[in-house]
Write a protein that binds this ligand. Structure first.
Ligand code: HMG
Ligand code: MG
Length: 322
């Protein structure tokens, strides 16, 4: 008689980036208290991580100029409701030392509140310049002291690469370029890589080719002891293909994805005057796709819907007043 070995479904990590990637794309500024409430609802829904805000120049992104205030309103430590001891990891984007100073002040005032900061560059020179006023090489130099300071505070550092499939200015991006930038991030000590299909151009084929190239410089499990979670896919859903790309990435071993509740967001480079481009993959679609493929997440879809309703409410109010 054969030995019965029960199949234990693998966990896939879900990071909701709507408070940052979603709200940065709204024309209006959402009230700070609503941003904090959205983060609380997402944590209660059981996502693993929430990207709360950014410490970037308010001249560039006025929508997120209240990052420290949003964080100041959050309860610490945040726990998943009804789900034991597991903490929800909160993170913020930092583009340079000045941004890291802002994050450090929060860490000192509220130890343990944020566990991660994210630096961001691109696989396209033009996008790097337009997004951060720097070449790719210059962004990497800017990140060196940020990585050291973050590690000194005990924070994990995530490194985003934007335009991993295509750039709104340069068109298709070679997988080797994505691998080269990923390698640069690894060389300066970034712990996790987050690959952004900024304009949602990916297909299962192009995402697969890109991942295969990146894996040569960032083997699964590289960085700290995060196993497969050291590599995340950040898909925008501009053309409605993100879910099929998630399935392809799962098949290739990716176990960490970013989503945005209610599909908040909408890349300004992919929108037209009359039509707003969809944002990141909706976290509900992401979770359903992952569950449908036989993996588990900690997300409660009913509680996620509560967060989605609130997200829709605040952006509808903001758009009506804009
Ligand atoms: P710059 O203008 O070259 O910077 O911008 P600077 O050093 O010359 O400073 C200009 C002013 O900004 C100065 O103030 C600085 O003090 C201030 P002034 O003297 O004029 O009063 N400043 C700051 N203020 C607050 N926080 C800071 C900061 N740094 C400088 N950290 C900079 C360079 C990088 C700052 C700017 O380009 C910037 O903030 N860019 C951020 C753009 C951004 O947030 N984009 C969206 C996030 S990336 C994304 O969405 C993609 C992603 O989702 C993945 C994907 O989908 O692909 C992650
Ligand atoms: Mg994005």
């Amino acid at each position: 008689m054969g030995v019965y070995a029960p199949h234990v479904a693998e966990h896939v990590r879900i990071t909701d980036v709507s408070p940052r990637d979603g709200l940065q794309n709204e024309a209006g500024v959402i009230p700070t208290v609503d941003k904090a409430r959205l983060v609380g609802l997402l944590c209660a829904a059981g996502v693993d991580e929430v990207e709360v805000t950014s410490f970037v120049s308010a001249k560039w992104v006025p929508q997120l100029g209240d990052g420290a205030e949003v964080l100041g309103m959050l309860r610490a430590p945040l726990q998943r409701e009804g789900a034991g001891e597991r903490r929800v990891m909160l993170s913020a984007l930092v583009p340079n030392e000045r941004g890291m100073q802002g994050a450090t002040e929060v860490c000192r005032a509220r130890p343990g509140l944020i566990g991660k900061v994210s630096v961001f560059t691109a696989a396209s020179e033009t996008f790097a310049r337009k997004n951060t006023n720097a070449s790719i090489a210059e962004t990497i130099e800017r990140f060196r002291p940020v990585v050291d300071a973050a590690h000194a505070e005990g924070l994990v550092v995530r490194g985003y690469v934007s335009c991993v499939i295509a750039c709104p200015f340069e068109g298709a991006i070679e997988p080797e370029n994505v691998a080269a930038v990923s390698g640069m991030l690894r060389a300066i000590g970034v712990d996790e890589l987050d690959l952004g299909d900024t304009i949602g151009a990916g297909t299962p084929g192009t995402v697969g080719a890109m991942l295969a190239a990146v894996e040569r410089v960032w083997p699964r499990g590289a960085g700290l002891s995060f196993g497969a979670e050291s590599l995340t896919l950040h898909l925008h859903d501009t053309f409605g293909r993100a879910a099929e790309c998630v399935r392809a990435a799962l098949d290739m071993g990716v176990r960490s994805f970013d989503g945005s509740v209610a599909g908040l967001g909408g890349c300004p480079y992919a929108s037209t005057p009359g039509k707003r481009a969809p944002g990141n993959i909706d976290t509900r679609v992401l979770v359903e796709t992952i569950h449908g493929a036989g993996y588990v997440t900690g997300v409660d879809l009913c509680l996620l819907e509560e967060a989605a309703e609130f997200a829709r409410e605040i952006v509808t109010k903001s758009r009506a007043g804009a």
